[in-house]
Design a protein around this ligand. Structure first.
Ligand SMILES: [Fe+2]
Length: 241
């Protein structure tokens, strides 16, 4: 299926200011040791392939040279701060991942409710070098376009939120961070790993009862055993639509 996208949402790559490069540098330096310790092995493998620069924000071209040959995905710059799901999944169906063009302020280094460029690039993009990861992302757009009701579409957004954005994974008996919203937020990552967030098994029937917490830390999060287990659970629901 091919979808036409709204061209006004997409923009040419932007030049970041020295101040923005400096915030990027600060964020990478703070987050790298925590990520090394707490992120799941898939994120670390993607990060090893990607080798994001620590000093300056990479360009879209730089990013795509590392992503597209590996998985066929590419990243596209947008000026929209919180993309609406319809546009978002149209781009997904074209294997395009939208990244924003703004960076959080110095006051928001540990947590920002809006997905800024650090979240998009540092949190999400290393995963897009991994075929086993994009297989999961590629399940969402067809499900979203197949859904017949607002409730089903909302459920799909919840499942994305509690897996790719905020999911946790059990790795040889240890709890690791999978979701990019945790990988890019040192405050919420530490809050969760210190045991402050109730953790439930990743089951569709449970997740559909919980709302996404955009403006605060999540009140509960969900854990799965492996990427294969996550994929199987998502497929169980998506196939039923
Ligand atoms: Fe995200």
């Amino acid at each position: 299926m091919s979808f036409s996208v709204d061209p006004s949402l997409v923009e040419e790559d932007v030049e970041f200011t020295e101040e923005q490069h400096d915030i990027w540098r600060t964020l990478v330096a703070r987050q790298a040791p925590k990520v090394k310790q707490y992120a799941c092995k898939e994120y670390l493998a993607g990060s090893e392939l990607m080798k994001l620069p620590a000093e300056r924000v990479p360009s879209v071209q730089w990013l795509n040279e590392r992503i597209t040959p590996r998985t066929g995905w590419r990243t596209v710059r947008t000026k929209v701060r919180y993309s609406d799901a319809v546009q978002w999944y149209k781009h997904f169906a074209r294997r395009e991942f939208l990244i924003t063009d703004y960076v959080r302020s110095r006051e928001e280094l540990e947590f920002t409710p809006e997905p800024d460029m650090f979240h998009d690039v540092y949190g999400h993009l290393p995963y897009f070098t991994l075929p086993e990861y994009v297989e999961i992302q590629e399940m969402f757009a067809p499900a979203f376009h197949k859904a017949k009701t607002d409730e089903e579409r909302e459920n799909i957004k919840r499942l994305a939120w509690f897996s790719t954005e905020f999911g946790l994974i059990r790795e040889e008996g240890e709890l690791k961070v999978f979701g990019t919203g945790l990988i890019s937020s040192s405050a919420e990552m530490e809050h969760v790993l210190a045991g402050n967030t109730p953790l439930l098994d990743f089951k569709v029937e449970t997740i559909v009862n919980y709302d996404k917490a955009i403006w605060s830390f999540n009140k509960q999060l969900f854990v799965f055993d492996s990427l294969a287990a996550l994929k199987q659970e998502l497929a169980r629901y998506f196939d039923s639509l």
